[in-house]
Design a protein around this ligand. Structure first.
Ligand code: GGG
Length: 354
């Protein structure tokens, strides 16, 4: 029996609801597929922990997480606390501390899930967005001076390192090469941002020479929003900076039906540190406690985690079950046009494993 140690950080809001559903599905997959066991250890970090202890996670939290094989994360954000405090105190502390530089965000329209794009359905969107995940606009470099005075100033500096851009580009090219279309769209804004983004473009063009089988398209981030809506089939693998990819992947999720389906993997590809898996959606306090959150993003997230752990059969079983539940349509949550409660969607997905 292969055992994988999983650190579980449900975090805030509906993160505390969808993560237990993900673990419930995971236990069912283990039983069905056999041969492996994921041993979860829960950490109650997040905004409630902050209210009790003054920090989102302990100072030595990353040292505690380091020996685990993977981290399953829920969501972070609380309407009573400043967002920059909660995000930097937990999610970004883990992503940056563990050098999880490649954030992989697949998007697909599943048969049975309505897209808000008129006339579009399954097959029209099949994208993987690679988000640079440790620097760029999220480098944390900057500061404020003359606080509270009329001459107050705030600076937020984007930092692009050659090593940081090269490694995420290489990761994205490799991923594009592994997919049938072998096509990579490089998102940029080098017409306006003439330092970091120009270096980004230059590095993309250099790395492209290592991958002759991959066709490359360069697209300004603003134009990319139009292409995503009007010509979604022209896109396949997409690489973008931390902020650009954050925004584009929300749009991608919405176009594929709902952010409630979209998963993400924060990868340290060299496996020097554990990687972290989470639904893209946030804490969604507006629906917290109602039992109506969509657990499908967490199910797909668990599938990505299993794939990373080498449990491909388990990952495939989850994806097939999600597709069945969506196609059948009887137990879809409200955000994708159904009436099912969260637990009913989980029960249906567990039944669909069989
Ligand atoms: N599960 C994802 C999550 O909790 N995201 C919270 C958030 O505000 N993320 C913004 C970002 O990472 O840029």
């Amino acid at each position: 029996m292969r055992t994988h140690r999983i650190a579980v950080v449900p975090g805030d809001g509906i993160g505390k609801e969808v993560v237990p559903e993900g673990l419930r599905l995971l236990a069912a997959v283990e039983k069905k597929v056999g041969g492996f066991h994921c041993e979860p250890t829960r950490f109650p970090w997040g905004s409630d922990y902050y209210r009790a202890h003054g920090v989102m996670m302990p100072e030595d939290g990353n040292a505690t997480l380091k020996p685990f094989d993977a981290i399953l994360f829920g969501a972070v954000g609380d309407p009573e606390l400043p967002d920059h405090l909660t995000l930097w105190g937990l999610r970004l502390k883990i992503c940056q501390g563990f050098d999880q530089y490649a954030n992989v965000r697949p998007t697909r329209i599943f048969p049975g899930v309505p897209s808000p794009l008129a006339g579009r359905g399954a097959g029209d969107i099949d994208w993987v967005i690679v988000r640079e995940n440790t620097e760029g606009e999220y480098s944390g470099v900057g500061g404020r001076a003359h606080r509270g005075l009329p001459i107050e100033v705030a600076m937020e500096t984007s930092v692009f390192t050659r090593a940081g851009v090269e490694r995420v580009m290489r990761f994205a090219f490799r991923l594009a090469e592994s997919r049938p279309r072998k096509h990579l769209t490089v998102i940029t804004k080098s017409n306006a941002q003439r330092h970091g983004m120009v270096m980004w473009d230059e590095i993309a063009a250099d790395i492209a020479k290592e991958f002759p089988a991959v066709t490359v398209r360069k697209l300004l981030v603003d134009a990319a929003t139009t292409v995503m809506v009007k010509d979604p089939r022209s896109l396949d693998t997409i690489v973008a900076t931390n902020l650009h990819a954050d925004i584009l992947s929300d749009l991608a999720g919405a176009l594929a039906g709902s952010l409630g389906i979209a998963p993400t993997a924060n990868l340290n590809p060299e496996r020097q540190f554990p990687s972290m898996f989470e639904p893209i959606h946030g804490s969604a306090f507006d629906i917290m406690g109602k039992g109506v959150a969509n657990p499908i993003a967490t199910f797909w997230t668990v599938a990505m985690m299993l794939e990373h752990l080498g449990e491909q059969a388990g990952a495939d079983a989850i994806m097939r079950a999600i597709e069945r539940v969506c196609a059948e349509g009887k137990f879809l949550p409200a955000d994708i046009g159904g009436k099912a409660r969260m637990a009913e969607t989980t029960d249906a997905t567990i039944s669909a494993l069989g």
